[in-house]
Design a protein around this ligand. Sequence first.
Ligand code: COA
Length: 164
Amino acid sequence: MQTVLLSNTEHDRKRFDCGVDALNNYLKVIANQQSKRDNTRTFVLECEADHSQIVGFYTLTMATIDLGALPNKLQTKHRHSTSAGLIARLAVDKHFKGQGVGEWLLVDALKKLLSASDTVGFPLVVVDAKAGVEAFYQKYGFTAFADEPNKLFMTIADIRESFK
Ligand SMILES: CC(C)(COP(=O)(O)OP(=O)(O)OC[C@H]1O[C@@H](n2cnc3c(N)ncnc32)[C@H](O)[C@@H]1OP(=O)(O)O)[C@@H](O)C(=O)NCCC(=O)NCCS
């Protein structure tokens, strides 16, 4: 299995339904525009039987770090850093939920961000979780920011360690 960049012509974005309208609409209307402008990159996992069908997707970009919301030790360690990799969106089509696809997509996204950090250097990965989905990310090592329980982070050092 591998993710590919979302394509306007090859992927049937209208068919995708993760049960959250905001995420469906993002994929249908916004994801390609944002990618064309180099603001984000959206990767999709295609259905093996029909490559136009999107099983799941995630969107990556960068975010600024809110240093004050990090634990003291990390504030000191990263006080000269301003950027984090951001998993801005991640969703699985209803028909494929509960089969490990969300986990696979998260791992794939983290591998891409870890690889990017080898070149440009940033200390954290941040996710904006929808309400009720925080536990999904916590399961894989993310910690909620003190001031925003829906926003979680994981250090690149911990991500690197988890892939050893
Ligand atoms: C959240 C989502 C990505 C999970 O995808 P999935 O393919 O169903 O998840 P997986 O089958 O890979 O589950 C992996 C593990 O996470 C757990 N999990 C799944 N959804 C969860 C949730 N909402 N909260 C907590 N844990 C969750 C599963 O129980 C499983 O744990 P287990 O291995 O101990 O059984 C998917 O339900 C989804 O797209 N939801 C709608 C969109 C959304 O809310 N996206 C998140 C935006 S930040």
